[in-house]
Design a protein around this ligand. Structure first.
Ligand code: TRP
Length: 466
């Protein structure tokens, strides 16, 4: 049985789904700390610079590749120019690389919202007397439990994506993303009214030019670029796929600005929630899982009886951020398989294909879930813990390389007239033609090479950028 591949019902739904893909753990645990420790306000300027040189541009390129063909990554490139088929395969592979650890992080978020939720009723503040670092280590070390939560997270993804584009993804994200926004505002208000939260604002926003001394700015620019790139979910097919479901009546140019700006706004809001909370309780700010699951849980413990309520809201928000990102890639992979079947003239049925993708992703996550971030005693590929290993393949190599090629592909192979044509379909305006020409031809390729080198440098600690 075959059905139509589907389309978003509204531009709002498309934006919520795309922003949902972009807003993830990168915004919550990456951005605030990176901004704070890399020059504060000065980092923000460089971040916005990278956004203008690369971010809006690659986003528009992915939207256009998707919408012009109506296809997911692999078949989209086959149709446009089969010499670039490899970029489609790289995108799908990168998607799996990300999902191979993201589901495990989603599982952590679920465990924490469940535990905080339970604490509301037991009034015990289950964590109150406990050392949150030990609690986290114990939990991640309990492979069986992590795998169980990871399996639940996979099943939730499966249910949403099986519902289809409008009936599953759009329906879910148009509720979940506004809810995320409201939850974030609630947490921000609570945090900013805590005594001593001002130190966090200072940490985040105060311009600190020290980090730019000598060649320091190169490292900061690399960090800002890498963060920008990961945060927008570029280079792994999701944005191409969502673009393929957008009506020809909608403006690509407008959406290519709205999505990255909304993503940046959420990243800044996360900074307003997270860093001031650490400072109010005299906790050392950090980034990554340590910030999310150890430091912030400590904040909620220290809040007294309302702590578990805010803990629940916060970790539920983290869970929403994670799942609206993961479904975009599940959809992209499933859609790639569906399109391949359509090309071969075979019938397809969406549900078993989604189930197959989920089964693969579940298996890829088994080592990540059992690895306890490297403490689980599993063999470590190339000396990396499993999470970092998968991340290296995706974020370190495939995603930036794929996006570099995509930028060149649009700018030099398909050419700006093709882009203009797609953007103007059904009477939309292709505004800022000069900007797009300059960015596709010059700044995006240069920026992407820079980001690629920065990623490799970061993963292998080569010191090129310091
Ligand atoms: N944009 C996500 C974030 O900010 C990260 C991300 C990039 C991602 N690609 C993804 C998440 C694919 C899930 C799936 O966290």
């Amino acid at each position: 049985m075959s059905e139509s591949k589907g389309q978003f019902n509204s531009n709002f739904g498309f934006i919520m789904a795309s922003v949902g893909s972009a807003v993830g753990l990168g915004n919550l645990w990456g951005f605030p700390y990176k901004m704070g420790s890399n020059g504060g306000f000065a980092f923000l300027i460089l971040y916005l610079l990278m956004l203008c040189m690369v971010g809006f541009t690659i986003m528009l390129g992915e939207f256009a590749v998707g919408r012009s063909t109506g296809k997911a990554p692999i078949e989209a490139f086959r149709e446009l120019n089969s010499k670039f088929l490899i970029v489609g395969y790289m995108a799908v592979l990168a998607g799996f690389g990300i999902l191979a650890f993201y589901m495990t992080l989603g599982a952590y978020a679920m465990k924490y919202f469940a535990a905080n939720f339970a604490a509301i009723f037991t009034h015990s503040g289950i964590f109150e007397a406990t050392d949150t670092a030990a609690y986290f280590t114990d939990f991640v070390g309990n492979g069986g439990q992590v795998v169980l939560f990871m399996a639940i997270f996979c099943v939730l993804n499966m249910i949403i994506v099986m519902g289809g584009v409008a009936g599953g993804i759009e329906r879910f994200t148009t509720i979940a993303m506004p809810a995320l926004f409201i939850m974030l505002i609630i947490v921000i208000i609570r945090v900013l009214t805590l005594d001593g939260s001002g130190g966090g604002l200072e940490f985040m926003f105060k311009p600190n030019m020290e980090v730019f001394k000598g060649s320091g700015w190169i490292g900061v620019l690399g960090t800002a670029g890498g963060q920008m790139f990961f945060s927008l979910s570029l280079g792994m097919g999701a944005i191409i796929t969502y673009g393929s479901y957008l009506s020809k009546k909608e403006s690509l140019v407008k959406n290519a600005f709205i999505v990255p700006l909304a993503d940046t706004a959420v990243a800044l809001m996360a900074g307003l929630a997270v860093m001031p909370a650490c400072f109010a309780f005299n906790l050392e700010p950090a980034g990554g899982p340590g910030l999310m699951f150890i430091t912030l849980q400590q904040v909620f413990n220290d809040m007294g009886s309302a702590g578990p309520i805010f803990g629940f809201i916060f970790y539920f928000l983290v869970f929403i951020a994670a799942i609206t990102s993961s479904i975009s890639v599940i959809e992209s992979s499933a859609s790639a398989i569906i399109d391949a079947r359509i090309r071969k003239g075979k019938s397809y049925n969406r549900k078993p294909i989604v189930a197959l993708v989920i089964a693969i992703v579940f298996c890829l996550n088994l080592p990540t879930s059992l690895d306890a971030l490297g403490a689980g005693g599993l063999p470590q590929p190339l000396g990396f813990c499993w999470l970092d290993f998968y991340d290296l393949l995706a974020e370190g190599i495939l995603m930036p390389l794929g996006s570099l090629i995509l930028g060149i592909f649009v700018g030099y192979v398909m050419k700006i007239d093709w882009l203009k044509n797609e953007c103007e379909s059904e009477g939309q305006k292709f505004s800022l033609a000069g900007f797009w020409t300059a960015t596709f031809k010059v700044t995006a390729p240069i920026g992407m090479v820079f980001i690629l080198l920065g990623q490799i440098d970061g993963f292998f600690g080569l010191g090129w950028f310091s």
